[in-house]
Design a protein around this ligand. Structure first.
Ligand code: PDD
Length: 278
């Protein structure tokens, strides 16, 4: 693989980042994952806008212009002949001797790489996945896409150990989101629910794109939080992310959703999203 590190495209074996990079020492870095389908980036404008927003929230300057960042992404896709998968970007605050406090004039570091992955037409896209429910272990600014992901790592690993494909996180009696996705349920009377943007969740780019598509097709998505009990009793459930697109959820903890197969509304949104993305 050819990767990008601070200005250079190099084979991954030759990539070097500094020991004192604050991304490495403090998780003082933000990232974005953009889906690639048929060699083209999906919803990348939304990902770049969110990257800017995350950087701004942490007071990290944009390392290069957005146009230059898109060029880095495009080069990574081209040089690795990526057909389907994702392009990953990460910006750390930069390198300095270890100190919790940072100086205002640090040089941010940009890295990037591609990951090949089949996302369209997979067994899980067809049959759906199971998700466990677990207490949300994360900090209070989940709207910032930082590389500080140990809460998600532990929650996903524990869910996997219990035999689930993924996990939805719960706080104050409400589902916040998936560990790396946005959560949705469809109620018995056909209403699609997903949580409104706040500091409690990451504002999903796939969520935004799907909302726009639904508005164009007269499908209403209600922005309201739901309880784990509502989720488990839902007619349908699904999650969205750059790496899972629109993914049906057919089991939530100990409850099978609907008849255990992806429901018609989930199918429709899956098709709408793929048609727009592909
Ligand atoms: N994760 N919520 C969380 C906590 C996430 O980590 C993600 C994405 C999402 C969905 O966002 P989007 O639709 O913009 O991908 C929601 C990425 C894929 C990751 O960490 O790999």
């Amino acid at each position: 693989r050819i990767v990008y590190v601070h200005g250079d495209f190099v084979p991954e074996e030759q990539a070097r980042i500094g020991l004192f990079d604050r991304g490495f020492l403090f998780g003082d870095a933000v990232y974005e994952v953009t889906a690639v389908i048929e060699g083209r980036m999906v919803d990348n404008d939304l990902h770049l806008a969110r990257l800017e927003r995350s950087l701004k929230a942490l007071g990290i300057p944009l390392p290069q212009s957005l146009a230059q960042i898109v060029e880095v992404q495009s080069q990574l896709i081209a040089r690795n002949a990526l057909h389907e998968g994702a392009v990953y970007l990460q910006v750390s605050r930069g390198e300095a001797d270890r100190d919790f406090l940072y100086s205002e004039n640090m040089t941010p570091k940009l890295i990037g790489f591609t990951q090949a992955k089949t996302m369209v037409g997979t067994k899980t896209q067809r049959d759906g996945i199971s998700v466990d429910l677990a207490a949300d272990p994360r900090w209070q600014r989940r709207d910032i896409k930082t590389t500080m992901l140990l809460g998600q790592v532990m929650a996903k690993q524990a869910a996997r150990a219990r035999g689930f494909d993924d996990v939805w996180l719960v706080e104050d009696g409400l589902v916040t989101e998936g560990a790396s996705s946005t959560a949705y349920v469809v109620t018995a009377d056909g209403r699609i629910l997903t949580r409104a943007a706040s500091q409690a969740t990451l504002p999903g780019c796939t969520q935004r794109a799907l909302a726009r598509l639904c508005a164009m097709h007269d499908v209403r998505i209600e922005e309201r939080a739901f309880t784990p009990q509502e989720a488990q009793g839902a007619a349908e459930a699904f999650q969205t992310s750059a790496t899972s697109l629109v993914m049906p959820v057919v089991r939530i903890a100990d409850r099978v959703i609907g008849d255990g197969k992806p429901g018609p509304i989930t199918r429709r949104l899956q098709a709408l999203y793929l048609e727009a993305a592909g």
